[in-house]
Every structure is written in structure tokens, then in C-alpha cells.
Design a binder for this molecule. Structure first.
Ligand code: IPM
Ligand code: MN
Length: 355
């Protein structure tokens, strides 16, 4: 009996549906080739649904998601919906309510992909950011008082408890132990200014490392310096762990160094629950429906999804196919500049996976 995985597919907004279709195509090719089944259920969460129904997420959405083994997400964000509504109401709500406390974002330059970093190649740009995904500035703690008066005050607090910090650090140490090429975990913080929150992170980092991961080298970088070295010496990094806001910011920088939003994938992971995989980039509404957007980030999200399900051979095959495409076929990663259409790139990867 072959194994069957139940996958929720949320194509979402803008170019999300186009890139998701290609990821699904590749996932199905991998399933056929490697002898497992994918039972996919599509959900229409996103801007269009909100504009039609006034409902951001149906009541049952979170429980529905919990019934699946994994979630594949395209993109959330609609030009006719005020910023924040869909991002908070769909993306962040699912991340929080499914307790996907890790946002895993590989920064990996594939062969043939142009990077803006001079004299750097695939051997230099190959590390992973473990972004804490459940706390920090993202929890929405704060408010505005005396609004629209001269005394108006706005507060938005960076909140972390030991439990959140510790489970994130433990994941990062385990990840480094299993996958780290240099067995080095670097904490990215701001201990010279955020002397409460990053004091907690730094103490926990060294306590846990010393007690349970003595073979893992520990490094520390301030977030501003991290940005500097990500540009100047990306080869220094192996696994980076950081809080939610810093992780959001540095992974956009990382994405640009690996060839841009067309190729950068990530996973919102609950190691004990249901995880959700998505391209790092947004819905790119201006390219919608033109069949020119790069689907590789979505395809790589699918690859990460299979890795999380334990289908390593299938995941490796997808990665090899993507490397073949970037190394031998695609002219550029940008929308409209690939030398192929969105669906042609999907076909190319699916064919290579089936081979
Ligand atoms: C990301 C995005 C989201 C975030 C937004 C859309 C809420 O920028 O996935 O990085 O800030 O986490
Ligand atoms: Mn972001």
C-alpha cells in the first residue's frame, strides 16, 4: 500500500494561483515517480473571497487545516484590500493558530542564478535562517491612546517568553546538528540596545548550547552587522537563528542575494503539527494572468513540504531538477525574463522529476 498524504492547497491572490498550479504539477510528478499519493484539497482563502463575502477566513478554517498533513500556500495580498487585513487575518492567523513557531528560510544560490553579490557563487551563498515565527513584534501587543490629539501615543512591544525562545533555539540547534555544513549556529540579535529581549535570547542560546549541543559552534552577530556580512561574506554563515521581525527583514535581503523573490522559498513549521510552505515573495498582482511569473519559489516550497513529510528522495529529485533548470535552461529569474513561460518552467521541472 502506498502512503497517502493529505495536502491543503491555498493558491491565494495575484500570481499565487499560477505558481501554485506549477508546484502542484511538480508535486504530482514526484508522487508518481516515488510511489506515494497526494490527496489535495483546494481552499479559496484570499482577497477575492474577502471582497465577495466580507469574510477573511471562515470559522472552520483552522480546524480544517488541522485535518491535513501539510499546507501549500501561493501568496496572500490583494491591491483592492487595505494592507494588513489579509496578511494578519489569513497568513499570520494561520501561522499563530497552527502554532507554526519556526519560519525556515534557506538562502541558497542555485547554479546559473545571477546574484547581485560580486564574486560570490553557489559555494558561498548557502545557509539557512531559522526565524522565530510566533512571537516578538508580531504578536500585536500594544495600542494607540489619545489618537488624533497632540499627545497621541503608539506602543508596539517586542514580547518574548522563555518558552518561545527556547523551543526556537532547540529547533535551530537540532537543525544545525542534522544539516549544518560547518556545525555552526549564529544568533542574530541586538544585545546592545534591546537589552531585555536579546539578553533572554543570548542567555538561553548559550545555556542550551553548552548543556545539550556542545559540538555545535556558537556565534553571535548584531542584526545590523548580520546584514553587512550577508552581503560581504555570506560564506561565513551556516545556520542563523533570530527573532520574528529581524528574521522577516534579513530574509528579504537573503532572498535578493539568492536571485530574488522568484526563487526564494520558505516553510512555516510546527514540528509537532501542521506546517505551511510558501514562496517568500508576495502576490505580484501586476503580473497576474500573464503566464510570465517565475514558479520556482513555489516549486521549491513544494520541495520543502516533501522534506518535512519525510519524502527525502522526492525532495532531492525536485532540487536537482530546479538546479538543472537554473543552470542549463532559464535565462533569468525575473518575471518575463526567464526565456520560458510560467507553465513551461513547471513542465520542465515536472519532466525532469519524472525522468
Ligand atoms: C513574510 C511576509 C509577512 C511577514 C507579511 C506579509 C505579514 O513579509 O512572510 O515575510 O512579515 O511575515
Ligand atoms: Mn517578509
Amino acid at each position: 500500500m502506498s502512503k497517502t498524504y493529505s495536502i491543503a492547497v491555498i493558491p491565494g491572490d495575484g500570481t499565487g494561483p499560477e505558481v501554485t498550479a506549477e508546484a502542484v504539477k511538480v508535486l504530482n510528478a514526484a508522487a508518481d515517480k516515488f510511489g506515494f499519493k497526494l490527496d489535495m484539497t483546494e481552499y479559496d482563502f484570499g482577497g477575492e473571497r474577502y471582497l465577495k463575502t466580507g469574510e477573511v477566513l471562515p470559522e472552520t478554517a483552522v480546524d480544517d487545516m488541522k485535518k491535513h498533513d501539510s499546507i501549500l500556500l501561493g501568496a496572500i495580498g490583494h491591491p483592492d484590500v487595505k494592507p494588513g487585513i489579509l496578511e494578519k487575518g489569513i497568513l499570520l492567523r494561520l501561522r499563530f493558530q497552527l502554532d507554526q513557531y519556526i519560519n525556515l528560510r534557506p538562502v541558497k544560490l542555485f547554479p546559473g542564478v545571477p546574484t547581485p553579490l560580486k564574486d560570490k557563487g553557489p559555494e558561498d551563498i548557502d545557509y539557512v535562517v531559522v526565524r522565530e515565527n510566533s512571537g516578538g513584534l508580531y504578536t500585536g501587543t500594544g495600542g494607540i491612546s489619545m489618537m488624533n490629539t497632540p499627545n497621541e501615543v503608539a506602543v508596539q512591544s517586542m514580547v518574548y517568553n522563555r518558552f518561545q525562545v527556547e523551543r526556537c533555539l532547540r529547533f535551530a540547534f537540532e537543525y544545525t546538528r542534522k544539516h549544518g555544513k560547518q556545525k555552526t549556529l549564529a544568533l542574530c540579535g541586538k544585545t546592545n540596545v534591546l537589552t531585555y529581549v536579546f539578553n533572554l535570547w543570548e542567555r538561553a542560546f548559550h545555556e542550551i548550547g553548552e548543556a545539550d549541543y556542545p559540538e555545535i559552534n556558537r556565534e553571535y552577530y548584531h542584526v545590523d552587522a548580520t546584514c553587512m556580512w550577508m552581503v560581504k561574506n555570506p560564506e561565513w554563515f551556516d545556520v542563523l537563528v533570530t527573532g520574528n521581525m529581524f528574521g522577516d527583514i534579513i530574509t528579504d535581503l537573503g532572498a535578493m542575494t539568492q536571485g530574488g523573490m522568484g526563487i526564494a522559498a520558505g516553510g512555516n513549521i510546527n514540528p509537532e503539527g501542521v506546517s505551511m510552505f510558501e514562496p517568500i515573495g508576495g502576490s505580484a498582482p501586476k503580473y497576474t494572468g500573464q503566464n510570465i511569473i517565475n514558479p520556482l519559489a513555489a516549486i521549491c516550497s513544494g520541495q520543502m513540504l516533501l522534506q518535512e513529510l519525510g519524502e527525502d528522495a522526492a525532495a532531492d529529485k525536485i532540487e536537482a531538477a530546479v538546479k538543472f533548470a537554473t543552470g542549463e535552461k532559464l535565462e533569468d529569474m525575473g518575471a518575463g525574463r526567464m526565456g520560458y513561460s510560467t507553465s513551461e518552467v513547471g513542465d520542465m521541472i515536472a519532466t525532469a522529476v519524472a525522468d
